[in-house]
Design a protein around this ligand. Structure first.
Ligand SMILES: Nc1nc2c(ncn2[C@@H]2O[C@H](COP(=O)(O)OP(=O)(O)OP(=O)(O)O)[C@@H](O)[C@H]2O)c(=O)[nH]1
Ligand SMILES: [Mg+2]
Length: 472
């Protein structure tokens, strides 16, 4: 088999061998890593026909794997008729070149595989721009190796005698072309995104905003479709969603929020991708409440959660309160397994977007967060203040109402955040016969500080099971 061109980095319809090394400090088991790499390969359209592992303190400088393993890899590729070898690591251009030469197979590293999936999924013009930018940025520092490689393959022929080396001029031309193209793409993307930055700012002022984030394939889009009018593409493949979708979520009692669904995360998501998708991700992560979705049935659930938390840190989304959702709970059949999950994640809402189990708990939890802690108070407002009266009648629980000298007097159950909204509607509002600001300070004297950034649903306080009984 001859060498493959490095420009052709697609995995679709290829027979693939997966390689994962256990290096010093690696915490994730090989099983979990191969399961994920297989899913990534399948998502890229490849077929897994073999696996190879090696335990090393550090990767070998020249070929990443040891010398003996390289022979093993070549033999395995021959016996399985594999055309591509996919590494669960990022390799240097020289390592790729050396392993390609030794095995006579195309080598794809982890970042290239993920970039390939993103590129096959990108269906909007914005996503296509974002993927192309990330691909070019990833390729740029590797151009030299590509040309050196091609030079060797063709016997140094591309530019002929008298030049400084094979492909040297072409390399310069390519570098300039890539830089020019990158500049143009970034300009186009910026133009597209300026509008969305303005829209996000406006949405955060006018509405309560909630963002769904989580590992790829955790079920974010399915949850989104269950909670809203829907329209998000959900599918059993990695990176089904590559853009942000926002819909209104009715929480009951006339209260709603804007819910957004976005691109999923994965371990070692290439940083060029995070950078070029930053603005898309920010539409979701810059919201007032984050719903973090984890696939409860996945053996790597705890590592998925770590990855999500780390990616949110990288994106600077550290201040908002969070609700942890353990999705696909319908797949956990044994009660003992559910109890293990409860003790591992006491702060989580166990949910199934498929059967709707737990959806009511999630909605009431978010509703009480949106309206704030509820108190019963006396309100007095000008009867002519239509908007404020309307708000009280439609959004709060009215216990009593009375009228006196063009004022309407209410006793209502109302949340702290709702009172702030009501104050902004005018009408000479009095709360418990005092000025609103003074009354609010008395009613909600201290801001209750959360110990963790996760909100703990009241039904799932530490040490209790679903039915409220003590856990042993
Ligand atoms: N059994 C079960 N399957 C679910 C549930 N929620 C989602 N799924 C399935 O999980 C797969 C992935 O769902 P998506 O909603 O596309 O996942 P996502 O998190 O949006 O994934 P990306 O967009 O790729 O990041 C689909 O096949 C869904 O049908 C659930 O509660 N139970
Ligand atoms: Mg999705």
């Amino acid at each position: 088999m001859g060498y493959q061109k490095r420009e052709d980095l697609n995995v679709v319809s290829e027979r693939a061998i997966l390689v994962a090394l256990t290096l010093r400090g690696e915490r994730i088991s090989l099983d979990e890593r191969f399961a994920e790499l297989s899913a990534l390969t399948a998502s890229a359209g490849g077929e897994v026909v073999g696996h190879l592992t090696q335990k090393r303190r550090l990767p070998r400088g020249r070929t990443f794997v040891g010398k003996g393993k390289l022979d093993e890899l070549r033999n395995l590729a021959e016996s399985t008729d594999a055309s591509v070898i996919i590494f669960d690591h990022d390799l240097t251009p020289a390592q790729i070149q050396n392993v390609e030469e030794a095995t006579e197979r195309k080598i794809i590293d982890r970042s290239e595989l993920i970039l390939d999936i993103f590129s096959s999924r990108a269906s909007t013009s914005e996503a296509r721009l974002q993927v192309e930018i990330a691909q070019l940025e990833y390729t740029y520092p590797r151009l030299r190796a590509m040309w050196d490689h091609l030079g060797q393959v063709t016997g140094g022929a591309p530019v002929g005698i008298g030049t400084r080396g094979p492909g040297e001029q072409q390399l310069e031309i390519d570098r300039r072309l890539v830089q020019r193209r990158l500049k143009q793409l970034r300009r186009e993307l910026e133009g597209m995104q300026q509008r969305s930055v303005r829209e996000v700012a406006k949405r955060n002022t006018n509405h309560f905003t909630v963002g769904l984030v989580g590992y790829t394939n955790a079920g974010k889009s399915t949850i989104f479709n269950t909670l809203t009018a829907g329209g998000a593409w959900s599918h059993d493949q990695l990176f089904a969603t590559l853009s942000t979708r926002i819909e209104r979520w009715e929480l009951g009692g006339g209260v709603g929020a804007m819910l957004s669904d976005t691109v999923g995360f994965v371990r070692k998501l290439p940083h060029h991708l995070v950078a070029s998708f930053r603005s898309t991700l920010e539409e979701t992560v810059n919201c007032q409440l984050l719903l973090i979705v984890v696939d409860a049935a996945d053996q790597s659930a705890s590592h998925q959660l770590e990855t999500v938390e780390r990616t949110l840190d990288d994106l600077g989304a550290t201040d908002q309160p969070r609700i942890l959702i353990l999705n696909k709970i319908d797949k956990i059949k044994e009660l003992s397994d559910k109890l293990v999950l409860t003790s591992l994640y006491p702060e989580a809402i166990q949910l199934s977007a498929m059967t709707r189990e737990g959806i009511d708990v999630l909605e009431s939890e978010v509703l009480s967060f949106v309206v704030g802690p509820i108190r019963e108070v006396a309100l007095s407002i000008d009867t002519s203040a239509g908007k404020a009266v309307d708000f009280i009648e439609k959004r709060t629980e009215v216990v009593e109402r009375d009228w006196k000298e063009r004022r309407t007097l209410y006793r209502v159950k109302i949340g702290e955040r709702q009172l702030h909204q009501l104050m902004s509607l005018g009408g000479g509002l009095l709360i418990n016969d005092t000025r609103p600001a003074d009354a609010i300070a008395l009613l909600w004297p201290t801001i209750e500080k959360q110990e963790s950034c996760y909100l703990v649903p009241p039904h799932r306080q530490l040490g209790q099971t679903d039915d409220g009984s003590e856990q042993t």
